[in-house]
Design a protein around this ligand. Structure first.
Ligand code: NAP
Length: 340
């Protein structure tokens, strides 16, 4: 349990990664009440220096003893590390906010997006899970519509940037683009195929029904966060050669009728959402504009003419910020607000 203090000792595990880097920046930007920031990674980058406020901090090698005195531990170093080290951090007295998939579907671990289910965080037993990036932006945009008209079915097609895979994938897209424009061959190491000038309709591995892990995460995590096991959800997730920000084409069927204008009005006052929707003036969200921002952008809101009660939406958010680091830090801010 986090105790109220003026300032907190914060650890970032996986600090040198795509999400970890963003966490350090956001802690600084939001003036998070940090007394000491401790940065951890593997032997690959331990010893590197990272700027925080007006100081340079040295990244340390992650060890079992790393969590002594830590109040809040932000994990973003992959599932294996979270499974092994999150319980160690909790035993040392820290509250863990975990970005990996390790604990998300554990019934004892709350899966939290503050705009949607901030109250769930209160039931934590040391670990709080941060959802998958593609889920976060989906639920922020859909919760107000669900509350107003009860969503029965969601069909998602995603267009996900390479930063969702991590720093090596960002380098791979950069390198492949450079190579191909210089008439050299593109090498693929992170992805099974060339990602530059291509689309990969696979994120994760396939199950026996033909769904990949990212598609199942969208389905299961959305139901858990929205607190509605009856929601029908189906997805096709695609990796696209975009560096940052995920886009989703989303079709919903609702129980009550909701016009496009009503949906726009609901979303205009929804927390964390920016309605960016004026198609006649070509105003709609695009990853290049949304990258580096904090809100979930929603555009192309229109009624589905093939259904009695259906809507289309185009939802874009920065996967490293609202999809990962920012959401984790917002959870930490909620914990601080509620701390006795
Ligand atoms: N990218 C996203 O949009 C996103 C969104 C939501 C959730 N996530 C989740 O966040 C986690 C990190 O993702 P990422 O995109 O930031 O990956 P990344 O860029 O590959 O970074 C991974 C980080 O973890 C560290 N790490 C790896 N193995 C380690 C070990 N054995 N001990 C200590 N540190 C270790 C790395 O340090 P070294 O370089 O020193 O090995 C690096 O700092 C993953 O679980 C991912 O699923 C990512």
């Amino acid at each position: 349990m986090l105790k109220k203090k003026d300032l907190y000792t914060v650890a970032v595990v996986g600090a040198t990664g795509a999400v970890g880097n963003e966490m350090v920046e956001i802690l600084q930007e939001r003036k998070f009440p940090v007394s000491e920031l401790r940065l951890f990674a593997s032997e690959r980058t331990a010893g590197e220096r990272m700027a925080f406020r007006d100081r340079e901090l040295t990244v340390e090698l992650l060890r079992r003893e790393s969590f002594l005195g830590v109040d809040i531990a932000l994990f973003s170093a992959g599932e294996e590390i979270s499974r092994e080290f999150a319980p160690i951090a909790v035993s040392a007295g820290a509250v863990v906010i975990d970005n990996s998939a390790a604990w998300r579907m554990d019934p004892l671990v709350p899966l939290v997006v503050p705009e949607v289910n901030r109250e769930a965080a209160a039931s934590h037993q040391g670990i709080i899970a941060n959802p998958n990036c593609s889920t976060v932006q989906l639920v922020v945009a859909l919760k107000p519509l669900h509350d107003a008209a009860r969503i029965k079915r969601i069909v998602i097609s995603s267009y996900q940037s390479v930063s969702g895979t991590g720093k090596e994938a960002i380098d791979e897209l950069m390198e492949q683009t450079r190579a191909l424009l210089a008439f050299r061959e593109a090498e693929s190491q992170v992805y099974p195929f060339q990602i530059a000038f291509n689309l990969l309709p696979q994120i994760g591995s396939f199950d026996e029904q033909g769904y990949c892990t990212e598609e199942k995460k969208l389905e299961l995590e959305t139901r858990k966060i929205m607190g509605d096991p009856t929601l029908k959800i189906t997805a096709t997730t695609v990796r696209v050669p975009v560096f940052r920000a995920h886009s989703e084409s989303v079709n919903i069927e609702t129980e009550e009728r909701l016009s496009a204008n009503e949906a726009r009005a609901l979303l205009a006052t929804a927390p964390g959402v920016l309605v960016y929707d004026d198609p006649q003036r070509s105003v709609y969200p695009m990853p290049l504009e949304v990258a580096g921002t904090d809100l979930v952008y929603v555009g192309r809101i229109r009624e589905d003419t093939s259904l009695a009660h259906g809507l289309h939406l185009w939802i874009v958010a920065d996967n490293l910020r609202k999809g990962a680091a920012l959401n984790a830090i917002q959870i930490a801010e909620e914990l601080i607000k509620a701390a006795p």
